[in-house]
Design a protein around this ligand. Structure first.
Ligand SMILES: [Zn+2]
Length: 625
């Protein structure tokens, strides 16, 4: 038997064994209830193990080639160097806390990649002097893809979080070896083996293959967040019915009467100013805590919506949704059009003579202007970016410098501090936990909010200014295996504070489910302007006047249709909350009253509730059409 035949047999057997192992694993997981979607996850598991088999087969080459002409000790050195670099990277990733991505960690990760690149490019040159350019190309292939992924630090954060990074690095190295051997056209990889390796690598690189597997084990990747422990089950798709039973979801009864009452009470409403404060990533329970004393006192002076939801858990998507009062799947972003397609609150108020100024604490990131910042300038006459370091005090200074409090204004101020990274503030130590540093930033932003209220007072503007406090999304600290936001629609990421204080309206607490999408129509109605037809939210004026009204009846969140990492729709009536996966038809239903952590999926035992919420989604579709 020649060396080549032996190699072919080794790699073939290893890959086939991997496929078999993957199939066995899938069947066992299905039988034990951890894998409801057997067919959907069978192939990623097979590919995963086939890849491992291929890697083992490759590792066996030098052994199988013993006695051949190849200078195998050099090849072994090369493989050892790559494995060491991968291990160091893996350790770095494992030891750092996921949300504590310091400059040191970033620098260390870059250094390891640089070392990996040097080894990968230099070693083949040393190994084969005859065609150095091919080897340089081959070595570059090993490192190119991960480096491309790392260029954007936000993306880095996500990759860093997804626990499949080890798989990614292995796959990349395997890809490099495959390309390297292909380019060298040397004898030590047989043609059949080469082709197999390439097919496996291509399949492995399909995000679905990697991420479905990772979510199966860790439930925390960016791409897939069906939690298998929660046992989602398949239910019929959203009905396209013409029933009208739930159309009142978008019409709050008593609207005309409420409007007349308000007009008679506030004849000068059109001169009222609006200060809208968005505290990035603020969780609603913090309103009730010592962490945000100013906002807590403020909540007692205004209408406090206890069941308010962001329509998305991403900053850019959520703000576009609330500025233009469009549900995320109906935004111009989702339609692939420029943002000017639907009028924004700022544009409507500018046309009525208000100053419309936006101020955000979102600054430039490591590699230049923040992409999200560019997406948030929704029709303001002036939109002031943050300084390089986000600081609520600076953000408030920017507002004070740019707004004339003597004229009617609409000002949106975005206190960006609580967004990652969590900078230690005041007496909070650098070594404190993520949660403690995050709350320190909320406290810091809360003090900034206090300065804003004082500024209104100073200029005698308090009794002619409507003040709104909300958040663009929540923040996860490991709940459901996730961190930060924009990775799920569980309450920790979309249940938000919403408080509206209107001079002349008594304080109150509202239990009805509402959305940030409702804020713009509400503000327009308060200052006596008709909301454009394109706005999909509902005016909450009747609710502000009578907080006990059992309306609105539902709130929603959804991904724009082309979001790659998850495509979900959520409907809630305040108590029941349905998560519906558009891609798989899998559904989860939670009882928020008895299970606020959304730990137990009760869709099987409460089909009627789930179907009612699906009807709500159908009503939303009709409303948005
Ligand atoms: Zn945000």
């Amino acid at each position: 038997m020649t060396a080549n035949t032996t190699l072919r047999a080794v790699i073939g057997a290893a890959i086939l064994a991997g496929v078999g192992l993957g199939a066995v694993e899938a069947v066992v997981l299905n039988a034990t209830g951890r894998l409801p979607d057997l067919l959907g996850l069978l192939w990623p598991l097979c590919i995963r193990w086939a890849g491992v088999g291929g890697l083992l087969g490759l590792a066996a080459y030098p052994v199988a080639l013993a006695g051949s002409r190849l200078r195998k000790h050099r090849l072994l050195w090369w493989i050892a160097a790559v494995v060491i670099a991968m291990s160091v990277f893996y350790l770095l990733w494992k030891t750092a806390r996921p949300t504590q991505l310091t400059r040191w960690h970033q620098a260390a990760i870059w250094a390891v990649y640089a070392a990996l690149a040097t080894v990968s490019i230099a070693a083949p040159v040393v190994l084969c002097r005859r065609r150095p350019w091919r080897n340089v190309l081959a070595g570059a292939a090993i490192v190119a893809s991960p480096i491309v992924s790392l260029i954007d630090p936000v993306h880095l954060r996500e990759i860093y979080l997804s626990l499949n990074i080890g798989q990614l690095v292995i796959a990349m190295s395997l890809a490099g070896i495959g390309v390297y051997t292909w380019l060298r056209r040397q004898a030590y990889v047989p043609p059949a083996g080469r082709s197999l390796v390439v097919v496996i690598l291509l399949a492995w690189m399909v995000p679905g293959a990697r991420d479905d597997v990772a979510s199966l084990y860790f439930g925390s990747t960016r791409f897939e967040f069906v939690e298998l422990r929660l046992r989602p089950i398949r239910i019929p798709p959203i009905p396209d019915s013409s029933q009208t039973e739930y159309l009142d979801l978008f019409d709050v009864p008593g609207h005309a009467a409420a409007r007349a009452t308000w007009r008679s009470r506030r004849p000068n409403a059109a001169r009222m100013s609006i200060l809208w404060v968005t505290v990035d990533a603020m969780r609603p329970e913090l309103v009730d805590s010592d962490t945000a004393p100013t906002i807590r006192d403020f909540a007692k002076q205004g209408t406090w919506f206890r069941n308010a939801f962001a329509q998305s858990s991403s900053t850019a998507m959520s703000t576009e949704s609330f500025f233009r009062s469009r549900y995320p799947a109906s935004t111009s972003f989702a339609q692939g059009k420029p943002p000017g397609r639907y009028p924004s609150l700022a544009e409507v108020l500018r046309a009525r003579g208000h100053q419309a100024i936006g101020v955000t604490g979102m600054g430039a990131n490591l590699f230049g202007p923040n992409k999200v910042f560019a997406r948030m300038q929704h029709g303001f006459e002036k939109f002031v970016p943050g300084l390089k370091a986000t600081d609520a005090n600076d953000t408030v200074d920017q507002l004070i410098a740019n707004v004339d409090p003597a004229r009617p204004f609409f000002v949106w101020i975005h206190l960006f501090d609580p967004h990652v990274p969590y900078v230690p503030r005041g007496d909070v130590d650098t070594a404190a936990s993520d949660r403690v540093r995050y709350e320190g930033e909320i406290r810091y932003a809360d003090a900034g909010f206090g300065r804003l209220l004082a500024w209104l007072d100073e200029h005698g503007a308090t009794d002619r200014t409507i003040v709104v406090v909300n958040a663009d999304h929540g923040e996860a600290f490991g709940e459901h295996g996730r961190y930060f936001h924009a990775t799920s629609f569980f309450d920790v990421q979309i249940h938000v504070p919403l408080i509206i204080r209107v001079p002349g309206i008594a304080p109150g607490r509202v239990a009805a489910p509402v959305g940030n999408v409702d804020v713009a129509p509400t503000l327009l109605e308060l200052v006596g302007v008709d909301a454009p037809d394109t706005m999909q939210g509902r005016s909450l004026l009747p609710t502000l006047l009578d907080p006990a009204l059992p309306y609105p009846r539902a709130a929603f969140a959804e991904s724009p249709h082309d979001w790659t990492w998850f495509q979900f729709r959520v409907a809630t009536d305040g108590r029941w909350k349905l998560h519906y996966d558009l891609r798989t038809g899998l559904a989860q239903l939670f009882d928020r009253s008895n299970d606020p952590g959304e730990r137990v999926n009760v869709v099987a035992s409460h089909r009627k509730e789930a179907e009612r919420l699906l009807e709500f989604l159908a009503a939303l579709d009709r409303h948005c059409r």
